[in-house]
Write a protein of this length. Structure first.
Length: 135
């Protein structure tokens, strides 16, 4: 019985250089944000937590508070704040609900949604309680 010739795997298009640069910039920003949170006494529980509802950049705990953190990198503080859209806030809240469904013991204290802003040449800026779960 003759075997059919093997077909070569499809050739993937090379990744878009802008997307690759944005990915690496995001990873760097998340690392800076995590370092700043550690200095402020937070314990990092997860980075880039993925759920069916979406991704959360950083999940941290400080004392009795469980904190879901969105990290935004932009040229200015104002641009970064505006980049946390209502749609993103809803996605982050849904992803947080997935986290809490998997780890109900984590929801026994306060739950908060923070934002860390990364802008060129400045220290990360932390906005505790940037939005509510009702957003």
């Amino acid at each position: 019985m003759a075997r059919a010739p093997k077909t070569p795997p499809p050739v993937k298009a090379p990744p878009d250089p802008k997307r690759v640069a944005a990915f690496h910039s995001g990873i760097s920003a998340e690392s800076r944000a995590a370092a700043m949170l550690l200095v402020k006494g937070y314990r990092i529980l997860a980075r880039r937590y993925r759920s069916p509802a979406g991704e959360i950049d950083i999940v941290a705990r400080r004392r009795n508070a469980l904190v879901f953190v969105e990290v935004k990198t932009r040229a200015s503080y104002e641009e970064a704040v505006e980049a946390v859209t209502e749609q993103q806030r809803r996605r982050i809240v849904r992803a947080a609900e997935c986290w809490l469904a998997q780890r109900p013991q984590d929801g026994e204290g306060d739950v908060r949604f923070d934002v860390v802003i990364i802008t060129p040449g400045k220290l990360p800026q932390h906005i505790p309680g940037a939005f509510d779960a009702d957003a």
